[in-house]
Write a protein that binds this ligand. Structure first.
Ligand code: ADP
Length: 410
């Protein structure tokens, strides 16, 4: 028995366009195939005024009738060999099948059609150049679908193709996000383990070696003493490296602590730790401008950025009293903070590379370091939706720039 479902007719082309636009909006918000099919089957029927519509998916050599909306059941859930069904012909030939009378067209498997209401149809491929499915519209009487109906159905199929490709991209993206989350949590676990389990034995080795050196140093040959010192230094280096790695990995956790913070206060706090010595003395000369902004961020992390940059400015500097200048300027959208030093400078080819993990331009005996400090800075600044980069005239000092957005949209 035919259902009483009301079918909209589109006498006015504008009404059809309106409906099509609605369909595009709905389908582009879909995140799974079931909802795409639900929109397509309804729109295919409503836009053509057909008595039924079906959504067919290519499944290897088969055509899977995945969904339908019709006055009485068609073939939902069934699979047909590509050679024996109209959708198979459409996908194989990448062409529309227009069939005004099912009894006079050799492409129609009459045994499958005769138990149904269908007497005429039009079927269009989804993604014509490499079909992934087909959409069919069916009528209970003999008739030739109009050029307009065919056009609308093909527009529907083309939009569906884009929506299905987006679904694929979306699900690829989702699985990549899951992979990333998994590896991030593994890294976080490693960081936690490194911080808790590796550091204490290393500290013990360091202490024991120091003790041995003090207690038995006099009895050891210079060579033996050197072994002890090497072991102590090695353990200390490894300890520092582990601390830096866990610092790098822990940056992600700071996101929850975002609030309105003062850049000036972060600079002052870093300067206090790195530049000022006891009794008001300093190991470098620091001058700052007066116009630092307040931003939305993590105070401890921004302080960490200045701490790393200041300690590099002092470390990679052969002047007795290194000179560090911090200035702020602005563009329409960003605050630009510049930290300038008068140190050894950086050769041009390395200006980008120094922000990568474990990138050191000098051997340990020349300048001790882990090659992680600037990678930490970059990760923190990017978490603040900003950018960091360096400029330098080799031999004449370096300039580090931090650009932070003035506006926040989330
Ligand atoms: P490190 O722990 O080795 O200092 P960083 O990531 O902080 O690691 O810096 C990476 C490399 O960039 C350093 O090893 C150094 O060669 C170079 N570098 C960083 N800051 C400066 C600077 N202000 N002047 C010259 N070279 C620098």
């Amino acid at each position: 028995m035919m259902s009483q479902k009301a079918i909209k007719q589109f006498d006015q082309p504008l009404a059809a366009i309106d409906h099509l636009v609605n369909f595009v909006q709905n389908i582009s918000a879909c995140r799974d195939l079931d909802s795409v099919m639900a929109h397509v089957r309804t729109a295919a029927r409503e836009l053509t005024g057909a008595d039924g519509a079906s959504f067919v998916l290519k499944d290897g050599d088969y055509c899977f009738y995945a969904d339908e909306d019709a006055v009485s059941p068609l073939w939902k859930g069934q699979r047909f060999k590509q050679e024996v069904c109209v959708s198979g012909w459409v996908m194989k030939n990448r062409q529309i099948a227009l069939i005004p009378d099912i009894f006079t067209d050799s492409r129609v498997p009459i045994d499958a059609y005769s138990p149904t209401f269908v007497r005429s149809l039009v079927m269009v491929p989804i993604r014509t150049n490499d079909p992934i499915g087909a959409i069919g519209a069916y009528w209970a009487k003999k008739r030739t679908a109009t050029a307009e109906e065919i056009q609308i159905l093909q527009a529907l199929a083309d939009t569906t193709a884009v929506a299905m490709e987006n679904l694929q991209l979306y699900s690829d993206l989702q699985s990549k996000v899951l992979d990333l989350r998994r590896s991030n949590s593994e890294l976080a676990r490693f960081a936690w383990m490194a911080a808790h389990d590796f550091k204490s034995p290393l500290r013990n080795i360091s202490l024991s070696m120091g003790f041995l050196e003090g207690e038995a140093g006099a009895k050891l040959t210079p060579e033996e003493l050197q072994y002890v010192k090497d072991a102590e230094q090695g353990a200390h280096r490894l300890y520092t490296l582990i601390e830096k790695i866990s610092e790098y990995l822990n940056i992600d956790e700071g996101k929850e602590k975002f609030e309105k913070i003062s850049i000036r206060a972060a600079i002052d706090s870093a300067a206090k730790e790195i530049i000022e010595k006891a009794m008001g003395d300093s190991i470098a000369q620091l001058s700052t401008s007066n116009n630092f902004p307040e931003i939305y961020g993590n105070f401890e992390q921004m302080t960490q950025v200045f701490r790393n940059i200041f300690s590099n400015a002092v470390k990679y500097n052969k002047n007795e009293m290194p000179d560090i200048q911090v200035r702020c300027s602005e563009t329409d959208r960003e605050w630009i903070i510049e930290i300038r030093d008068n140190g050894i400078g950086i050769e041009k080819p390395y200006l980008d590379r120094i922000f990568g993990l474990f990138q050191k331009l000098h051997p340990h005996h020349e300048f001790a370091g882990t090659g992680i400090g600037l990678a930490i800075c970059r990760k923190i600044i990017e978490r603040h939706n900003g950018r960091i980069w360096a400029e330098s005239k080799f031999g004449e000092g370096s300039r580090f720039f931090i650009a932070l957005p003035k506006f926040r949209f989330s």
